[in-house]
Design a protein around this ligand. Structure first.
Ligand code: NAD
Ligand code: TYD
Length: 332
């Protein structure tokens, strides 16, 4: 199969491309990525010489870029490309509406024209917050941040193309991912690298918010399974069932890294901060998927990766990101 992967230079996309090339020797991958601040070609250094891999720099919102990618005749498209950080969506929502909604629309138009399967990577955040129980795939979407609302717009557009035009599309709604190559604006790599730099970790509010942590490789395996075996028009939640409060998560990181609670700096809460995300993943589990990494093992592996790959994250944290960090957190 020849796959067109969008956003393949980001965190999950790069892990997905490595997994596909490793597990499916017959497959080819075309990676269409705009290389925003979050896109890093070195994430794919391991495969860049593989003749089955090719890279196209381009924007999913630009019809000519999407046209060029589809002219390479992919058999399926997997859409990871998005603006992804909730805090940035609160500061500047426009990029989110553009890429996450308009970009998905452009891909849907080409999927409709060419008849290829499209797997759209959505998020558990489209459902909004839930105090008890877990969302099922047919639960209402009640997004609360500009990021989540943009992702919900895209998700609903995909649904409308299935219903109206009968395209072959599948949607995955994954919970919070963690693991190697995650940009250090997200909580786990931010906290781990801050500790490696001798800084404190900025914990929002009282640290009571709950997220369900999914190791990135487990998510990629689920996405790959849904791509190949998911029912046309199907929606699949993906979660590991590893729910932790942010304070529990932070304490686990501190314990692994051998530092104490004095490293926590409680900072003002995020506006509109969703209290808890939780999805029921029985549908994807019935296809034969289950997570392989338990939380502490995955977290240890992640801490080790950031400790061993300072050359990956130090240039990010000392570059443009530094200004963003200082404006947001001050000198923590
Ligand atoms: P990321 O921010 O690490 O990477 C995004 C990638 O998309 C980057 O390589 C960037 O250059 C590229 N990109 C951005 N705008 C583009 C555009 N207009 N055209 C082409 N490429 C563009 O993101 P991630 O964490 O890997 O997330 C990937 C997908 O998974 C996103 O759709 C996100 O909403 C979804 N998701 C992420 C998580 C998570 O925990 N990280 C959880 C659930 C769902
Ligand atoms: P994040 O990694 O931004 O993912 P998301 O908002 O998509 O769930 O944040 C995960 C949780 O960690 C979320 O509840 C907010 C919290 N958080 C902090 O407490 N401090 C931080 O500096 C960041 C970035 C997040």
């Amino acid at each position: 199969m020849r796959l067109l992967v969008t956003g393949g230079c980001g965190f999950i996309g790069s892990n997905f491309i490595r997994l596909v090339l490793r597990e499916h020797p017959e497959d080819e991958v075309i990676n269409l990525d705009k290389l925003t601040y979050a896109g890093n070609p070195t994430n794919l250094r391991e495969v860049e010489k593989d003749p089955r891999y090719s890279f196209l720099k381009g924007d999913i919102c630009e019809p000519s870029d999407v046209e060029e990618a589809f002219s390479l005749r992919p058999d399926a498209v997997v859409n990871f490309a998005a603006e992804t950080h909730v805090d940035r969506s609160i500061i500047s929502p426009e990029d989110f509406v553009r890429t996450d909604v308009l970009g998905t629309f452009r891909l849907l138009e080409k999927a409709r024209e060419s008849g290829v399967r499209m797997l759209h990577v959505s998020t558990d955040e489209v459902y909004g917050s839930i105090e008890e129980g877990s969302f099922k795939e047919d639960s209402a979407l009640r997004p609360n941040s500009p990021y989540a609302a943009s992702k919900a717009g895209a998700d609903l557009l995909v649904r409308s193309y299935v219903r109206t035009y009968g395209i072959d599309a599948v949607i995955v709604r994954s919970s919070n991912n963690y693991g190697p190559f995650q940009y250090p604006e997200k909580v786990i790599p931010l906290f781990v690298t801050n500790i490696l730099e001798g800084r404190k970790v900025p914990l929002y509010g009282e640290g009571r918010n709950v997220r369900d942590w999914l190791f990135v490789e487990d998510n990629c395996r689920a996405i790959d399974l849904v791509l190949r075996r998911g029912e046309a028009g199907g929606i699949y939640n993906i979660g590991a069932g590893e729910e932790k409060t942010n304070l529990e998560l932070t304490r686990a990181i501190l314990e692994i890294m051998g530092v104490g609670e004095e490293c926590i700096e409680y900072v003002p809460d995020r506006p509109g901060h969703d209290l808890r995300y939780s999805v029921d993943s029985s549908r994807v589990r019935s296809l034969g998927w289950s997570p392989r990494r338990d939380f502490m093992a995955g977290l240890r592996e992640t801490v080790r990766w950031y400790s061993d790959h300072r050359e990956w994250w130090e240039p990010i944290k000392s570059g443009d990101f530094r200004r963003y960090y200082l404006e947001k957190y001050g000198d923590i």
